[in-house]
Design a protein around this ligand. Structure first.
Ligand code: GAR
Length: 217
């Protein structure tokens, strides 16, 4: 069974979707440890409620980003994780962290990468006037939100959207694509080649498209 370590900073709705998928049997996996850099993160309560061990690692207790990351690596190794899932973890990890779990760290980002990397990306998408945004699960490399893309979901964006409305529209899809990305990983169906992720047995949607506004409007 795949042993997942989840890193969080906030409310943990993505963590919850992964826990639920493990519990329902949809995922042949188990969340074995939840690590937070924020002691007040509601994600910690979710983990405790699910009986999952938690660990809080605070940046002020470490002299450098590297020392912080090496403590997180130590905790993840102690829990013998095979996959590290960043789920609303609001820190950039060091190259040393990434090299500790090669090809085994995923992140979810609330935009269609490579558009809108970084922070406050939903408001940036609205302000830019894009017709679509969405979410991306990708492997983590040494850049910020630049790693090979596993799965994306697109949602429409409307000029009068508030950040909150768009956040919720995107989150509903985040909760579906993160467990799916983990399932593909667990099934050994993902192969990284350069920037691309090939998925064994993937269905193609040759005629699939999305248009916003719809062509008949
Ligand atoms: C999610 O929308 C996730 O995509 C985003 O933070 C939110 C966490 O929500 N991640 C980032 O912005 C990473 N740069 P959650 O704590 O409810 O899962």
């Amino acid at each position: 069974m795949l042993r997942i370590g989840v890193l969080v900073s906030g409310s943990g709705t993505n963590l919850q979707s992964i826990i639920n998928a493990c519990k329902s049997g949809e995922l042949n996996a188990k969340v074995v440890i939840v690590v937070s850099d924020n002691k007040d993160a509601y994600a910690l309560r979710r983990a405790e409620h699910a009986g999952i061990p938690t660990s809080v690692v605070m940046k002020e207790d470490f002299r450098s980003r590297l020392d912080f990351d090496m403590e997180v690596v130590r905790i993840l190794r102690e829990s013998r994780v095979n996959l590290v899932a960043l789920a609303g973890f609001m820190r950039i990890v060091t190259p040393e962290f990434i090299r500790s779990f090669p090809g085994r760290i995923m992140n979810i980002h609330p935009a269609l990468l490579p558009s809108f990397p970084g922070l406050n990306v939903r408001q940036k998408a609205i302000d830019h006037g894009v017709r679509f945004s969405g979410c991306t699960v990708h492997f983590v490399d040494e850049g910020v939100d630049t790693g090979p893309i596993i799965i994306q979901a697109a949602v429409p964006v409307y000029p009068d959207d508030t950040e909150e409305v768009l956040r919720d529209r995107i989150l509903r899809l985040e909760h579906r694509i993160y467990p799916k990305a983990i399932e593909l990983f667990e099934q050994g169906r993902l192969r990284i080649e350069g920037r691309k992720v090939f998925i064994k047995g993937m269905k193609k949607q040759e005629d699939g498209y999305l248009v916003n506004p719809p062509l008949d409007s």
